[in-house]
Design a protein around this ligand. Structure first.
Ligand SMILES: Cc1cc2nc3c(=O)[nH]c(=O)nc-3n(C[C@H](O)[C@H](O)[C@H](O)COP(=O)(O)O)c2cc1C
Length: 222
């Protein structure tokens, strides 16, 4: 039975209050909350709905310590009650996954046969010629990191802190956790309750600094 829990924090506060936690309390994340985080986080969109993200969920202390050893000994990993190895499957454009997405769409009454045929004919050529991405790794990262962003904001809305991490040696992580060659490790995501205080907020560039009007480099103002 799925319990429909409601978030305790609204969207704006979840975004503004989310911080990268560098230390975690030992308190566990209740299973029902973890379920909601995964359920809502995985509503993230993806090209053709191919959903190439894969997550190895680490809850055993031994697993987290192994990961910490592959991650420059960053101590928040072994402290966090749950750590996700956020991976992207380079084979998600293969026919098996295309058929799985079609079946899912059919189960949701959202997959007319014409669109199923369109997917079967278009996706293989999209991956063969890849006009829209430079490398498969860029493609897996694009999608997996979007799901990671969803997961972090959803987690915060349920009072759960996080730390996204790129500071790890990918080859070591792949060996330690049996991750196939066809799968990229995009990010580590620690989840739990922060041992505050957070570091002082470093700020963000303003829209005028990072947005351009109509052409790259042209000034933008609101
Ligand atoms: C993709 C990515 C990789 C990161 N890698 C690490 C990391 O390896 N270790 C770490 O302590 N923080 C890491 N961070 C956290 C950032 O340092 C942090 O998000 C940034 O300084 C902004 O702070 P804030 O998230 O608290 O606003 C990473 C963040 C992102 C998005």
């Amino acid at each position: 039975m799925t319990i429909d829990l409601q978030p305790t924090t609204g969207l704006k506060d979840s975004i503004e209050q989310r911080r990268a936690a560098r230390a975690f309390l030992s308190d566990p994340i209740p299973e029902v909350i973890l379920e909601q985080i995964l359920h809502l986080g995985l509503r993230s969109p993806s090209g053709y709905n191919l959903q190439p993200w894969r997550f190895v969920v680490l809850r055993e202390q031994q697993s987290k310590e192994t990961l910490q050893n592959c991650a420059f000994n960053q101590t928040q990993i072994a402290q966090a009650p749950v750590v996700l190895l956020c991976c992207g499957d380079r084979t998600a454009g293969n026919s098996d996954n295309i058929e799985a997405v079609i079946k899912l769409g059919q189960a949701n009454n959202a997959m007319p046969e014409t669109f199923a045929e369109y997917m079967r004919s278009q996706i293989p050529s999209f991956f063969e010629h890849h006009p829209s991405f430079e490398s498969l790794e860029a493609w897996t990262n694009r999608h997996t990191m979007l799901a990671v962003a969803h997961l972090m904001i959803v987690a915060k809305s349920f009072g759960v802190d996080s730390c996204p991490m790129e500071g790890f040696v990918g080859a070591q992580v792949k060996t330690a956790f049996n991750i196939p060659d066809t799968v990229d490790v995009c990010c580590i995501l620690c989840l739990g309750y922060a041992d505050k205080p957070f570091k002082a907020f470093g700020g963000r560039f303003s829209p005028e600094q990072v947005c351009f009007g109509e052409t790259y480099g042209a000034a933008f103002s609101l």
